[in-house]
Design a binder for this molecule. Structure first.
Ligand code: SAM
Length: 239
């Protein structure tokens, strides 16, 4: 059943500027004040970031390559991409996330730099929802964002992201598989305070169809699972 009005995005923005920001900053960080589940999600997410970087660097160096990181969060991907020499544009709907990403990038990219290696180009961070992004990028990446939107919205988001990408689009989403569907249903019977937003699962076939509609095809894919984290990672290219 589609329980969505037009306000998903406002709910998501509000969440990621407040309790969601606190929760995810912790999960994406390195501090010890995380519980077992959060620690597991941290591990799963770090694998997604790692796999995305592998996909991105498989085709050659990122030096000078323009990359748009849509829904950048605290910069978990943007910062390592800048270290690889990419020219990163990083945007997020949440001002709190963007401020944190900027702070971490300054700490990690500028501080303690030796004079020997070339200075990385700081990512350009901006508060912007991905629907209002424009311009053209060699590569567009969007990790773990589609989970906040039903497929009906995700289709348009995927089409828009593809329109910004010249060469490739990398997406991750929570896969709608039989097993995970069941887990999620069980989860919905016991909603905790941390589940302030709905989680939407997407089937690979639906994502593939959304890409096909705009003339793109899946080129590579991977699956990342830990105990509590599930993500399908796909690289799409113009068909
Ligand atoms: N991509 C980052 C990563 O993998 O580390 C962050 C993932 S986090 C689960 C989801 C992020 O998507 C949040 O920072 C949230 O603010 C952002 N977001 C949600 N909806 C968005 C939208 N419509 N446009 C841009 N960002 C959005």
């Amino acid at each position: 059943a589609e329980e969505v009005g037009g306000d998903d995005k406002e709910v998501v923005r509000e969440y990621f500027n407040n309790s969601g920001f606190q929760r995810w900053k912790k999960i994406y960080g390195e501090t010890d004040d995380v519980n077992r589940v959060q620690k597991d999600i941290r591990l799963g997410h770090s694998k997604t970031v790692e796999n995305a970087i592998t996909m991105l660097t498989d085709d050659g160096s990122l030096r000078g390559v323009t990359v748009c990181d849509a829904g950048c969060g605290t910069g978990s991907l943007s910062i390592p991409l800048a270290k690889e020499g990419a020219i990163v544009t990083a945007t997020d709907i949440s001002a709190a996330m963007v401020a944190e990403a900027q702070k971490q990038a300054e700490e990690q990219l500028l501080a303690g730099k030796d004079d020997l290696s070339p200075a990385p180009v700081m990512p350009k961070f901006e508060v912007k929802d991905l629907e209002s992004l424009d311009g053209k990028y060699h590569t567009v990446v969007c990790l773990d964002v589609l989970i906040h939107y039903p497929q009906s919205k995700a289709d348009g988001m995927i089409a828009h992201l593809a329109s910004l990408a010249e060469n490739r689009l990398i997406l991750s989403f929570a896969p709608k598989t039989f097993y995970y569907d069941i887990l999620k249903r069980i989860g919905e019977l016991f909603p905790g305070p941390s589940k302030a937003t709905r989680a939407y699962l997407h089937s690979e076939a639906d994502v593939e169809r959304a890409l096909q509609k705009v003339g793109w095809k899946i080129n590579k894919k991977g699956l990342i699972t830990t105990q509590f984290y599930f993500a399908k990672l796909v690289e799409a290219v113009p068909a």
